[in-house]
Design a protein. Structure first.
Length: 461
């Protein structure tokens, strides 16, 4: 029995059928969950549109000129945001439909409704179509209910001028001035995207820099690029109040100053959807924040209850949720279940440029948590980067004192793709010499990974 049909619940259901289990999945909104319908898929589609707009706007640097009636013109980028949002929502619906069809073809029973635990072996299901309830027994229950945007009492989203990240796709026109509250991953991504689409953007950060907690060099680079591109950054301050004035918004900061804009995005974290599920009554331990405590195979404090994804104490990433879902099923059914090692999880921030990271960081080396060496190579020295007109970015590779690859950071366009060979090296305990002797295409951005590995070579390895 799986409650929630996001990436974790979906993958758990398919894995269960693959191993011969009877699987019932309950989802109240749509298969794919928030990741597909209101979060990852739509937001990254919006970001892809912003990237395309910037490639056109900056094509002159590569010698590409537009002309009309024989006259060269500078491209003026105009964004039809209503069309952009229609496309991204259609993509999300198509993806959700494809996933539903895959579940049905695999033999999963899918119920459109909500569910709650009744003890630790029974689930009460309230179907949405007919309003009927049923109580089913299950050997294993997997909770995959996700999370929703956190709201501040003095900055209530209204879907008109003040938004959470799930509400932005109702906009029909490009915001003249988008104020983004929160400088974490979500805030930074949307700030980058709306600036790329042509909006004026102000970013309010309670910390001393954008993307706190990320690699320091990467965070410094993104902040430099943001400021160069005209994003207004307000550091070490908080938004005490956000008001819809009718034709705009006013954001009052902690020092009493007021920022005026046309729209405001509240990107201040998420809250797990664990309330009302009967978890505590069933003996499932939750944290004070409402997250479900799980171990490395996604097991909760109850032996037959597992939990995956954003509702748990693990990393809130779709890839982690999917891996947890498969691992939970493998574990409960006696298959090989490799514990999920968060240190080996590759993550990405979809700003421009993107920031991808995996493994131990340079800060861990400096603070003595692990012994090792770090090499950082600027991307503007890479021949392929020069051809593409890429000026911002770097490859950072980290190895242990014995030469084993233990970490990496890439700041570059499509860093989400480039990080994979470093993640493979970490997962398989490859040395820098083994990475260096693996052929790369010339010229290629991935060549900088090999260059960094060669730079870390030591005769003592």
């Amino acid at each position: 029995m799986i409650i929630g049909g996001g990436p974790g619940g979906y993958e758990a259901a398919l894995a269960g059928r693959q191993l011969g289990a009877d699987v019932t999945l309950i989802e109240r909104n749509g298969i794919g969950g928030a990741a597909v319908l209101t979060d990852v898929v739509p937001s990254k589609t919006l970001i892809a549109t912003a990237d395309a707009a910037q490639r056109v706007a900056n094509s002159g640097a590569l010698g590409v000129k537009l002309s009309f009636a024989g006259q060269h013109i500078k491209p003026k980028i105009e964004i039809d945001l209503a069309a952009v949002n229609r496309r991204l929502l259609d993509l999300a619906e198509d993806q959700s439909s494809d996933m539903l069809q895959q579940l049905i073809e695999s033999g999963v029973r899918v119920i459109h409704g909500s569910a709650r635990l009744d003890g630790n072996h029974h689930v009460v299901i309230d179907a949405i179509e007919d309003g009927k309830s049923e109580r089913l027994e299950a050997k294993t229950i997997i909770i995959a209910v996700g999370a929703h945007p956190r709201q501040l009492p003095a900055a209530k989203p209204d879907g008109e001028r003040i938004f959470t990240w799930t509400q932005l796709y109702n906009l029909q026109e490009l915001p003249e001035h988008m104020i983004v509250v929160g400088s974490g991953v979500t805030g930074a991504e949307f700030a980058s995207a709306y600036r790329g689409l042509g909006s004026e953007v102000s970013l309010i950060s309670s910390r001393d820099k954008v993307l706190p907690g990320n690699d320091e060099d990467a965070a410094d680079l993104i902040e430099h690029v943001f400021r160069r591109n005209g994003i207004n950054i307000y550091s070490q301050t908080r938004a005490d109040k956000v008001v819809n004035t009718g034709d705009g918004v006013e954001v009052t900061l902690a020092d009493g100053s007021v920022i005026k804009g046309s729209h405001c995005l509240m990107a201040v974290g998420g809250i797990p959807n664990t309330a009302g599920l009967g978890l505590e009554e069933a003996g499932v331990i939750l944290t004070e924040s409402g997250h479900i405590e799980v171990n490395k195979v996604a097991r909760t404090s109850r032996a037959n209850v597992y939990a995956v994804g954003d509702c748990t104490t693990f990393l809130p990433l779709a890839s982690v949720s999917a891996m947890q879902g498969r691992t939970a099923v493998f574990h409960t059914m006696g298959d090989v279940a490799a514990p999920t090692e968060l240190r080996n999880v590759a993550s990405n921030v979809f700003t421009a440029p993107e920031i991808a990271s995996v493994g131990w960081g340079e800060k861990d080396i400096k603070e003595g948590r692990v012994r090792g060496h770090v090499v950082k190579l600027a991307l503007n020295a890479n021949p392929r980067a020069k051809m593409l007109g890429i000026e911002d970015g770097f490859v950072k590779l980290i190895c242990s004192s014995g030469g084993t690859v233990i970490g990496g950071v890439i700041a570059a366009p499509r860093a989400s793709d480039l990080i994979h060979p470093i993640a493979i090296a970490i997962e398989n305990r490859l040395t820098v010499d083994e990475v260096a002797k693996t052929f790369t295409v010339y010229p290629s951005l991935s060549g900088s990974i090999s260059d960094a590995a060669r730079a870390l070579h030591s005769p003592s390895y």
